[in-house]
Write a protein that binds this ligand. Structure first.
Ligand code: ACO
Length: 346
């Protein structure tokens, strides 16, 4: 049976420690001016030693459940987008499941680098649409600080840690569903432009491999603008609407120049593009659910609004989704309260 779906809860968690551009200038040869001009980033959050993708993801998920007025027992599938899992296995999603006390549910990770949340959300929506699951918890969570090369000024200035989560459930009878269209694409032939080795990487020369981010920034920049622009246009067409119908675009927060160039390409005014990368940097699969939580709780989304999500990352992987926002009743307030208390205490 085909069910329409909606997002009924949102939540985010950012670790307390802030690393500013001035702090970075003490670590590598860079400056606040250079980082702001080239990326738009002013500071990022860094996980504490006892935090990880699963602990941050679990906290974001708890907040999403609170905002949806649901209990852990209401969830029957947990999908985590992450490229910085707590370990090779078990999946970070199972650790989140355990932390929340969710039983009798499926839990697995998807790794599509910065597109991870979009892949996880598309997957969860289809589980709910098909009737295979009633309520899904979808998490994007990253501890990129542990795979950043802190001696490489071209990459270490870009990334940060954090987590966001949403609850996806069936829309009430007769109500329109949230997901109007989505498309996901990958091109593995450019894998060498952005990658990090892992413990099981092939190692024919026997040299110790470092599991750190390696990136061809200029090339990634060009690929990101082209892919995100094309995916955004296609998702809008597939949803049967025009760019003028998009109330807010929530893009993966990679680099302000990438976001501006993409918005210009698709003809979207900048004021309809949500930006928070100045405060958090690029948190990979966590950027979209964190931004969605902030946008919802700041009142930037009204029921019936068309929202465009668009992402790009290592793989290469990219995609876009058009959703109709169904509103989160009292729910946003819970997520806001938590989000603000996090901000205030840091
Ligand atoms: N501070 C000062 N100088 C720097 C720094 C730094 N932090 N980093 C690089 N430079 C220098 C370079 O060494 C180079 O010097 P040179 O001319 O003497 O060789 C000069 O600045 C220009 O370097 P470029 O790499 O050409 O600078 P560019 O304008 O391309 O900006 C950046 C670099 C910010 C990495 C940009 O290419 C970018 O954002 N690319 C997209 C990457 C991205 O967003 N990746 C995230 C993951 S993928 C995704 O999420 C989309």
């Amino acid at each position: 049976m085909q069910q329409a779906t909606r997002i009924s809860g949102v939540g985010a968690y950012l670790p307390e420690r802030r690393l500013t551009n001035a702090d970075l200038a003490q670590m590598v040869e860079t400056s606040d001016d250079w980082i702001v001009e080239r990326s738009g980033i002013r500071e990022r959050r860094i996980a504490a030693d006892n935090e990880s993708s699963s602990t941050m993801g679990a906290e974001a998920a708890r907040r999403a459940l609170t905002s949806a007025a649901l209990e852990p027992a209401d969830i029957d599938i947990v999908i985590a987008g992450t490229c910085t899992p707590d370990g090779m296995f078990p999946a970070t999603a199972t650790r989140i499941q355990d932390a929340l006390g969710i039983s009798d549910a499926a839990a697995f990770d998807v790794n599509a680098a910065c597109t991870g949340f979009l892949v996880a959300l598309s997957t969860a929506s289809q589980f709910v649409e098909s009737g295979n699951a009633h309520r899904a918890l979808v998490v994007g969570t990253e501890t990129l600080s542990r795979i950043v090369d802190w001696t490489d000024r071209a990459t270490c200035v870009l990334f940060g840690d954090g987590a966001g989560a949403v609850v996806v459930e069936a829309a009430p009878d007769g109500r329109p569903g949230a997901v109007k269209s989505f498309l996901l694409r990958s091109d593995g032939s450019h894998a060498g432009l952005l990658y990090a080795h892992g413990p099981a990487s092939p190692n024919p020369n026997g040299d110790p491999l470092q599991a750190l981010i390696v990136m061809d920034g200029r090339n990634i920049f060009r690929q990101a603008v082209t892919a995100m622009s094309g995916a955004a246009r296609q998702a809008i067409t597939d949803a049967g609407i025009t760019i003028d119908d998009i109330a807010l675009c929530i893009p993966h927060q990679a680099n302000l120049r990438i976001l501006k160039a993409t918005a210009r390409n698709v003809g979207l005014p900048e004021e309809r593009v949500y930006v928070n990368l100045d405060r958090y940097g690029n948190t990979s699969s966590a950027t979209i659910p964190i931004a969605l939580t902030e946008a919802a709780t700041e009142g930037r989304l009204s029921p019936g609004d068309h929202v465009l999500l668009v992402a790009f990352g290592g793989g290469l992987s990219w995609g876009a989704m058009v959703m109709e926002w169904s509103g989160i009743d009292t729910l946003g307030r819970a997520a806001t309260a938590d989000l603000r208390s996090t901000a205030a205490s840091s």
